[in-house]
Ligand binder design. Structure first.
Ligand code: NI
Length: 268
């Protein structure tokens, strides 16, 4: 599978659980074609065979190189970014399972042990969704109390957590503020944790995102509840040297963007 096929399949699965992304994409396409993706982000646990170390070779196989490494101590996450000319960057983060209490460490380790080697053969693993049984509502709530990220991942599995539109390539919006105003005019809700725009011109990267869509899911015990699925992000990059756009990420901004899937966000 080449990178173009991979991203096309990811987009199909992503828009199934994130219908707002398809609507927003169509709206922008009235003026800009094609829409360019800045990056696509993935989440996983730091447990083999799905930790960053195990998954990275598949990303490199697509022609990517490692761009940088990031640590989010408060959210108990590590991350790496990857670059390939002409393709969206890839941002892969992993949750440090040892941060959970013992019962939940055991639970997550048991879930990851159900992932068989033949499921982890190539990059398509990052679009397989949940690789373990659905948790009960009670287990989900227990995880949620410790980590929104871990609870999201346990239900949603491996998939594109968000696609990100490159605002630099949009014809009709010179600024991210203009993108945000336009989205709100169309009725979309933005993640306002840390302000609608994360990062500054000085950081060379400004980002904003919608709040995740919600979907009714059936938990293992038959309970049905609305959960957060995925969101859409928007990134505007600035030059870090003459003629060269900054290609990295800003940890303080990423830290707030993670909260676009927080269960409490829609109540805020
Ligand atoms: Ni992102």
């Amino acid at each position: 599978m080449n990178a173009d096929q991979f991203f096309a399949e990811l987009w199909t699965e992503y828009t199934k659980v994130t219908p707002q992304a398809a609507r927003i994409h169509d709206l922008f396409e009235r003026d800009t074609r094609p829409i360019i993706n800045d990056h696509v982000a993935f989440r996983t646990f730091n447990i083999p065979p799905i930790d960053i170390r195990s998954l990275e070779p598949f990303i490199l196989d697509l022609g990517y190189t490692v761009l940088d490494e990031y640590h989010f101590p408060k959210k108990r996450l590590n991350a790496r970014s990857y670059y390939s000319p002409g393709q969206p960057k890839i941002f892969l983060s992993e949750y440090l399972v040892s941060s959970l209490n013992e019962d939940f460490q055991y639970y997550v380790n048991a879930a990851c042990s159900l992932v068989t080697p033949d499921q982890v053969q190539d990059i398509s693993i990052l679009n397989k969704g949940r690789l373990w049984p659905m948790p009960t509502w009670q287990t989900y709530q227990g995880l949620l109390a410790q980590s929104d990220y871990a609870a999201w991942l346990m239900v949603m599995g491996l998939r594109a957590n968000h696609f990100t539109i490159s605002v630099n390539h949009l014809h009709q919006h010179p600024t991210l503020a203009s993108v945000n105003r336009w989205l709100k005019d169309y009725g979309f809700t933005l993640n306002s944790s840390g302000g609608e725009i994360k990062g500054t011109v000085t950081d060379c990267l400004e980002q904003s995102s919608t709040l995740a869509d919600q979907q009714m899911v059936t938990f293992a015990d038959g309970d049905r509840h609305l959960i957060q699925t995925c969101y859409y992000e928007f990134a505007k990059r600035y030059e870090d040297s003459p003629g060269h756009l900054f290609q990295g990420f800003v940890p303080a901004s990423a830290d707030k963007i993670f909260e676009s899937t927080h269960a409490g966000a829609h109540r805020a």
